[in-house]
Design a protein around this ligand. Structure first.
Ligand code: UGA
Length: 434
């Protein structure tokens, strides 16, 4: 089977490489020439563990190719997956211009039955919109089906998530389209992955509901953490005990500076917008978004309380990405907190194992970029751990203490043990633990 994946961003590239590894012939398409040229040399534009090896292997074995020729890729494929960007507009709605553009190109190049699948997270109703565009703009009378097959990949473990998903969701109207997509995922039947086969609208909503629920869990535990600080309780013990209840589950109950990344912030706002357009006020999402925003401000206040005043102080920030094992700084709490600290007159020294080039592109010369954790701590008034990269979990704290002007550590990811840190002579604080 030949499939075309339109868009070689995060979702498209991982999906393409993984399907190729399942034995399918995959043509990955992007309109960005230089990106495609790099991909042809197996140069991966994002940091994602295991992806480069997978791309190299499948290119070598002839199942994965890259092109800018979208028309040819469409004509040669039975399944066309749309994985282009769906950026948020300022008001929380989703900009579908790239999806619509691809739908029009597909319409003009239909040369037989095809299944057109949305992989990008798209508002409920987008599948129907694509159907309408293709029906109206296709000059011939070819049959086609539209399907929704949302991805549930996490940055940093996307390949693993693709190969061992908790579930595969397929939304389509025709049995033919469902059968073709099930066939595409056939290797996952062997490991007994649950399949949810449903209609397009339900599949589209499943994606938003899933991400919004994860965001809800994070905002919930962050509120519990804030309360723990007030009543003298330990949020980790609370979360552990909560998580032992199988109805709640242990995951996504880690407190911190709030969720970031390209998905959770966008999808919480997106769900709220979808509801609003249908005249439904999704109050819970309002709260989730607000709590997440305020958590960043709280973290800035936490740092401020530890150093007294921020004006004229040097704050060392370890971690810039929205989470470890990625170079993605989109909606990163670390970046927002740095901006808040800068606004109050602090100077920033920072370091991240993978996110520095991206951070430099938006923070420019407003901060000092350091070569490692120790260089970052040198001469600073306070050390902030903003992202829980493994490199920051086992720092030589005796050395850090010598390097810092003041032995102050604000651990926004609760990586260190508060008692040990205090015994080691640090003025230490974290989130939701006394
Ligand atoms: C998220 C979902 O987890 C994926 O299932 C989904 O496919 C993806 O969005 C998407 O829609 O494409 P991702 O954005 O890669 O994946 O990151 P997560 O691992 O979900 O982390 C998001 C944020 O939540 C990070 O800033 C992380 O630090 C924070 N987080 C996560 C917490 O603060 N506490 C937790 O317990 C877990």
């Amino acid at each position: 089977m030949n499939i075309a994946i339109i868009g070689t961003g995060y979702v498209g590239l991982v999906t393409g490489a993984c399907f190729a590894d399942f034995g399918v012939n995959v043509i990955c398409v992007d309109k960005d020439d230089s990106k495609i040229e790099k991909l042809k040399r197996a140069e991966i534009p994002i940091y994602e563990p295991g992806l480069k090896e997978l791309v190299e292997k499948n290119m070598r074995e002839g199942r994965l190719s890259f092109t800018t020729d979208i028309e040819d890729a469409i004509r040669r494929s039975l399944v066309i997956m749309i994985a282009v960007g769906t950026p948020p507009r300022g008001d929380g709605s989703t900009d579908l211009r790239y999806v619509e553009e691809v739908a029009r190109t597909i319409a003009k190049n239909l040369n037989g039955y095809k299944v057109i699948v949305t992989k990008s997270t798209v508002p409920v109703g987008t599948g129907s919109l694509i159907e309408k565009i293709i029906r109206e703009e296709c000059p011939h009378d070819h049959r086609f089906d539209v399907a929704s097959n949302p991805e549930f990949l996490r940055e940093g473990s996307a390949v693993e998530d693709f190969m061992r998903p908790d579930r595969v969701v397929i939304g389509a109207r025709s049995e033919e389209a469902k059968a073709i997509l099930k066939d595409l995922y056939a290797p996952l039947y062997l490991i007994e992955t649950p399949f949810v086969i449903t209609d397009i609208e339900t599949a589209e909503l499943i994606k938003y509901a899933s991400n919004a629920f994860l965001a809800l869990k994070i905002s919930f535990i962050n509120e519990i953490a804030n309360l723990c600080e007030k009543v003298g309780a330990d949020v980790h013990v609370v979360a552990k005990a909560m998580g032992l209840d199988r109805r709640i589950g242990p995951k996504f109950l880690h407190p911190g500076p709030g969720f970031g990344g390209s998905c959770l912030p966008k999808d919480t706002m997106g769900l709220r917008d979808i509801a609003k357009r249908k005249g439904y006020n999704f109050r819970l999402m309002d709260a989730v978004v607000k709590i997440n925003h305020e958590q960043r401000l709280r973290m800035k206040e936490k740092i401020k309380q530890m150093v007294g005043t921020l004006k004229g102080k040097t704050i060392a920030v370890l971690g810039l990405t929205f989470k470890p094992n990625t170079d993605d700084i989109r909606e990163s709490p670390a970046i927002d907190i740095i901006r808040l600290l800068l606004e109050e007159g602090a100077s920033i020294k920072c370091y991240d194992p993978a996110g520095m080039p991206n951070a430099r592109a938006i923070l420019g010369d407003s901060v000092e970029y350091c070569k490692d954790s120790y260089h970052t701590a040198e001469g600073a008034d306070c050390l902030v751990i903003a992202t829980e990269w493994n490199q920051f979990r086992n720092l030589d704290m005796e050395h850090i203490k010598e390097l810092l002007k003041e032995p102050i550590v604000v651990d926004l990811r609760n990586v260190y043990d508060p008692q040990k840190m205090k015994r080691a002579g640090f003025k230490y604080t974290s989130v939701g633990r006394c």
